[in-house]
Design a protein around this ligand. Structure first.
Ligand SMILES: *Cc1c(COP(=O)(O)O)cnc(C)c1O
Length: 371
């Protein structure tokens, strides 16, 4: 009889070397392990308001139909998204989170002989998705610490890094975990300069916080190689349901829809996402809470010995200028969960999500004691 090690030895080589994604620590896990109560989780860029009341009502109603398979084409959600964005339904690919769409893009366009370009410190799902295909990752050095967008994407360097075998470029705007962004004028110039047969993935998971998403959607007609990804996990407060989407030329959407699982988005997620798009007030409330929380954190952090990176998301990256693991451990003992980013090659940094005013205050007080 062979053990599982010998079976694992026959896995596809790129898979054997994958480092698993490390999620933010769940609240109940921290409370169990550290014996604390009323812990605060500011680790996964979740919406502190929760889902909208309209979404909860829609999900409750839809729950009675859970014996049925979901609508594999997500007709009503796509219809809604098409009208919200002014695109055709054939331009939309729904995903089990936008993570799913990012992986589908890698599967559709990358093979062992090709390459993908992304920035150092870019969202960790890109390296995972690229590596699993056996394609080569071209990691472009980020902006230096002294740049006005420290550790952010250097679009000129990314353009220069594109090779003949490059099939995909990933851009997160704003980027997680840095919070940094690229201006739309620079992005537009980048798209004009990239060869038309290379797919540019523009990950806009946080674009609603700055209200700047509409602009890029208007570029889809000019750039059939542009794919915009969006999610319901962040400002819409539906991270637990797993739903996101891609906007692209119909030709690219057709490819992605061929390789996705037939029922990749569950019925409650379809219903919830559609209801979320109808609740503009919830979106406004989330934006306002984020703006005031950002201000509160920036003001509080200014009195502490940390460097705060600029951010257009619902989180801030802090440079402690010393190893962050120890401070992170102390924060957990105080019942505060933030995100260490050593896996990004940033051992001195911590990422903190913007929470409610009380959560932000609890974090600031705890950080002050832990530094
Ligand atoms: C959170 C996040 C996503 C999306 O996550 P899903 O929950 O899978 O939709 C995508 N890109 C970035 C940069 C993110 O931070």
């Amino acid at each position: 009889m062979s053990d599982d090690k010998s079976v694992a030895a026959f896995a596809a080589p790129p898979v054997c070397d994958l480092q698993p994604y490390v999620p933010g620590k769940p609240l109940d896990e921290l409370e169990r392990e550290y014996g604390v109560t009323n812990a605060v989780k500011l680790a996964s860029n979740e919406n502190p308001l929760g889902p909208s009341a309209r979404v909860l009502a829609a999900v409750t109603e839809a729950a009675a139909g859970l014996n049925r398979y979901p609508d594999g084409n997500g007709y009503y959600l796509k219809q809604k998204l098409a009208s919200v964005h002014g695109v055709s339904q054939s331009a939309i690919t729904l995903g089990n989170g936008s993570n799913d769409v990012l992986v589908l893009l890698a599967e559709a366009f990358l093979t062992a002989g090709s390459s993908a370009v992304y920035s150092q410190y870019a969202f960790v799902v890109y390296p995972l998705a690229v590596q699993a295909t056996g394609a080569e990752a071209i990691v472009v050095p980020a902006n230096p610490d002294s740049h006005e967008q420290p550790l952010g994407h250097d679009l000129d360097a990314m353009l220069a890094a594109i090779r003949d075998d490059t099939r995909l470029v990933f851009i997160a705007n704003p980027n997680n975990p840095t919070g940094t962004w690229v201006e739309h004028a620079a992005l537009y110039a980048f798209l004009r300069a990239v060869p038309a047969d290379i797919v540019v993935v523009l990950d806009e998971a946080y674009c609603e916080y700055s209200g700047e998403g509409a602009r890029t959607v208007s570029w889809l007609e000019e750039f059939p190689n542009l794919v915009i990804t969006r999610t319901f996990s962040k400002i819409y407060g539906l991270a637990g349901l797993r739903v996101g989407y891609g906007l692209s030329s119909p030709a690219v959407a057709d490819l992605l829809n061929r390789i996705r699982q037939p029922f990749n988005v569950n019925q409650l997620a379809l219903v919830a996402a559609k209801a979320a798009l109808d609740d503009a007030e919830h979106l406004d409330a989330a934006t306002e809470l984020n703006n005031s929380g950002m201000h509160q954190l920036q003001e509080g952090l200014a009195t502490l010995p940390v460097k705060v990176l600029p951010s257009k998301g619902n989180f801030l990256l802090l440079d402690l200028r010393k190893p962050a693991a120890d401070v992170n451990e102390k924060l957990m003992r105080e019942g505060v969960i933030v995100r260490p980013v050593g896996n990004y090659g940033l051992p001195n940094h911590l990422r903190v999500s913007i929470g409610t005013a009380e959560e932000n205050a609890a974090f600031l007080a705890a950080l002050k004691r832990c530094l």
